[in-house]
Write a protein that binds this ligand. Sequence first.
Ligand SMILES: Cc1ncc(COP(=O)(O)O)c(C=O)c1O
Length: 392
Amino acid sequence: MAISKKMEERMKNSSWIRKMFEIGNDYRKKYGSEAVFDFTLGNPTIEPPVAFKKELMAVAAKTDKGVHRYMSNNGLFSTRKAAAAALNKHLKQEISPDNLVMTTGAAGALNIVLNSILDSGNEVIIISPFFPEYKFYIENNGGKTIVVESKDDFSLDLKAIAAVLNGSTKAIILNSPNNPAGVIYSETSLKLLQELLEKHSDRGYSEVFVISDEPYRKLVYDNIKLPQNLDIFKNSIMCYSHSKDLGIPGERIGYAAVAPSIDDGSQLLAALNFANRTLGFVNASAFMQRVIENLQEVSVEVSGYQQKRDLFYDNLVSYGYEITKPSGAFYLLVKSPLRVYYHFCQLLLEEKILAVPGRGFGRKGYFRLSYCLEQKTIERSLQGFKNCIEKL
Ligand SMILES: Cc1ncc(COP(=O)(O)O)c(C=O)c1O
């Protein structure tokens, strides 16, 4: 039986993921997992905080009746209340629990948002380098992806964004701290983007939604204050997740938060609830909603990630690699010392180092290293990176 042409095409276009996965498995079998340095996945090997495990046990031990039933599609009020209160500590405006919809991670949030706002052929701007799944999520919901390159230092290129805005633009997705570059867009550039979007609607075009994908919101280094997109953008929707801040990506829990400043917010929220139901998520895991309710101020140790960033970044730069220092998340986007990354990749493979080609993130000539691994794995890999540069 044949699968759809569309799916066949999509799978072919993301074959590099499968390829890296297969090489990783093959190498582990051949050389043993200790000898392989797999920097491909953003899947934290660090265990969740102790508080998460405690809460998990406490919720499991409760004997209240009816806790495993279906619920409103937007999730438990008490969880939304706790999440809104935590958000409000950072926001100038006050967001109500009713502006939140609990979701199956940021991926679930992005899909219900796009499903709620897109008509066929509507355009969604994404900034390269980008999280590769955006293209699929946009296509899932009938939209058309418009890629705009960021500048060489991965900051926003407002002129390039202005150049693609038109009557079909429905939304722009921002991801800061960014996967794969770890960049945090500056408050100044975000405010200028809001001005640009206002001018666009003043010209008579429909208003553009800003979808702010923030799963790395708590993984911010060097005491940087993360600009609050819910405050900056009138038409913003934030997609959040506990995958990274609690190190629980397998548990699939997050939320979408609609800015109070958005026009017709209640209609949008009704659409998000409906999309949660009709995309088949129905509601986010009842159990996980209860578990994260009291963990809104808890996160994995951010200083530990910062130490890893410093260790990895400082050493690679000292060997001659070109990297824009990341300010958040847990990735390094490294410029390939050979113009064609495929050739450099062969050298990395000789050292049993696995990295993801930048091409998948819309940035050719780079490779991404994910450092959500044990520090000793990073330390042991360093000689291999040095050898690669020395061979050139
Ligand atoms: C930028 C970005 N957005 C969304 C997601 C999806 O996160 P979740 O596990 O919460 O669905 C990821 C996961 O790696 C990501 O890096």
